[in-house]
Design a protein around this ligand. Structure first.
Ligand SMILES: *Cc1c(COP(=O)(O)O)cnc(C)c1O
Length: 468
């Protein structure tokens, strides 16, 4: 399998070449030259596999430059019950008939980002050792990516992490998770701004090709293809648990921000997994809901981004969205480049032609939005009816999912975090403290290690240069 850019650079790169990269040199995102189709016999065979073996089969279709025995070992070391809590790795939790949660948040940082990031940690370590190289990971996080990256990379040889987070804007638990890490290879940079400022800085530094090369800068942001492909696995695993035969269809509801999670669902569907609908849920930051309702993609400024009680979805610009638009436009890279480079960068928006927008339904996408009041009501009702405590992001997904349930089609709502991470809203909804997994009591009391930074790419470059 080879990889190309969404903006017209057709240089065909191998997996290990893009593994440690962020954006393509032309500013686009990497995608495989095609999506391998999974035939009925293969799907039947995969149905009986354990999670790690399923992951091996799927990843093998996209990675042909790591020997199979090595890849299999990496995957089996990643997806273990010790790290993810259960044999199933992503067990379903049934709610009302036809609706279930798919639990993706039982990894070390209690959010779905561990699903991909734990694999990335092992892949990076493997690839760097193979090359005898080092890597400085630069990332931006609104909470969950950063902690997942740091827990995946802590103590790994040859790797340093420089993680930008919006100063004071994450929950106390999230801050404690990240800032309490004392590993010398982990650097927390608290930026005086919002998440999008952090993301813009990462893009600016990554676009400085010379700096990037000199300091061996890599990324683990959601634009990384390896993360995306790792997430494809749990769409298959959810499907196999929810159905008895491969004639059945399933819908997925996905609490969305940067469009990384649901983009993996799109890839699974393109591979032939019988997905009926991909239900995209946003919070009050509804850039993506607006697009799927109207065909207009209008990014917001930092100052127009609401701080909500589902903060990992407080996104005003969806960094993976370009991948879907590229596919939607029949992989017309010139049109994609014009929309994202010229229209979005110059005017902050684009509107698809009616005939282009009409194709969205062929890709199964529908959308909806959820508010703080919806989250409270959904968390409360789920607790009262089923005795199941859900977090605020999962609540957004469940609220929007219910609008799109169809008879005879199981709806799987991706549980993207555990309630322990968002205690304030749980207290508001339920008048009680969230359940906290063992070993995480008192984490807020641990000493914190972070550096406050102005929202400036130069300041971040200077810090990196001094610390690597
Ligand atoms: C990152 C995150 C999301 C959004 O996922 P995207 O891939 O950015 O769309 C939703 N919920 C939680 C808890 C997250 O951490």
């Amino acid at each position: 399998m080879k990889y190309i850019s969404t903006r017209g650079d057709r240089t065909e790169r191998r997996f290990s070449e893009i593994l440690l990269e962020g954006l393509a040199p032309d500013g686009g995102l990497y995608l495989p030259t095609h999506y391998p189709r999974v035939d009925a016999a293969t799907l039947e065979r995969w149905r009986t596999l354990g999670y790690a073996e399923l992951a091996f089969e799927i990843l093998s279709l996209y990675i042909d430059d790591i020997p199979a025995a090595d890849l299999r070992q990496i995957v089996h070391r990643t997806y273990t019950p010790e790290v993810f809590g259960t044999e199933a790795i992503v067990p379903l939790k049934p709610l009302e008939p036809g609706v279930a949660l798919e639990a993706l948040s039982n990894g070390p940082t209690l959010a779905f980002k561990d699903m991909a990031m734990q694999l990335l940690g092992h892949l990076f370590e493997y690839e760097l050792a193979r090359r005898g190289e080092e890597l400085n990971i630069l990332g931006a996080t609104s909470g969950d990516t950063g902690s997942a990256a740091e827990y995946a990379m802590r103590g790994k040889k040859g790797i340093r992490v420089f993680m930008l987070s919006p100063y004071g804007r994450m929950s106390p638990f999230q801050q404690a998770q990240m800032y309490s890490l004392q590993d010398a290879n982990i650097h927390n940079l608290a930026v005086q701004g919002v998440f999008d400022d952090c993301q813009d800085i990462v893009k600016a530094v990554s676009n400085d090709i010379e700096f990037k090369r000199r300091h061996k800068i890599g990324t683990v942001n959601s634009i990384n293809w390896a993360r995306l492909v790792a997430q494809v696995v749990y769409y298959f695993a959810g499907y196999f648990q929810a159905t008895k035969s491969n004639d059945e269809e399933v819908s997925f509801a996905v609490p969305s921000g940067n469009f990384g999670n649901i983009c993996a669902g799109h890839v699974a569907r393109m591979m032939g997994l019988p997905i009926r609908k991909l239900v995209l849920a946003t919070n009050e930051n509804d850039v993506l809901d607006e697009f799927f309702r109207t065909g207009t993609y209008r990014v917001r400024k930092g100052s127009e981004t609401y701080e909500t009680s589902s903060p990992s979805m407080d996104i005003s610009k969806a960094s993976n969205f370009e991948r879907f638009v590229f596919d939607l436009l029949g992989r017309d890279a010139e049109r994609t480049r014009r929309l994202f480079k010229e229209e979005v960068e110059q005017r902050g928006a684009f509107t698809l032609e009616p005939q282009e927008f009409a194709r969205v339904k062929d890709y199964g996408f529908v959308s909806g939005r959820s508010t703080h009041a919806d989250r409270l009501a959904t968390i409360r009702a789920t607790w009262e009816r089923f005795g199941v405590m859900i977090d605020t992001h999962t609540a957004d997904g469940l609220k929007v999912a219910r609008v799109h349930v169809e008879p005879g089609v199981p709806m799987l709502v991706l549980e993207t975090a555990l309630p322990a991470k968002f205690a304030a809203t749980i207290r508001e909804a339920l008048g009680r403290e969230p359940e906290r997994p063992r070993g995480l009591e008192g984490i807020e009391e641990l000493p914190k290690r972070f550096t406050v930074m102005p929202p400036s790419a130069q300041a971040v470059k200077d810090y990196i240069a001094q610390n690597c």
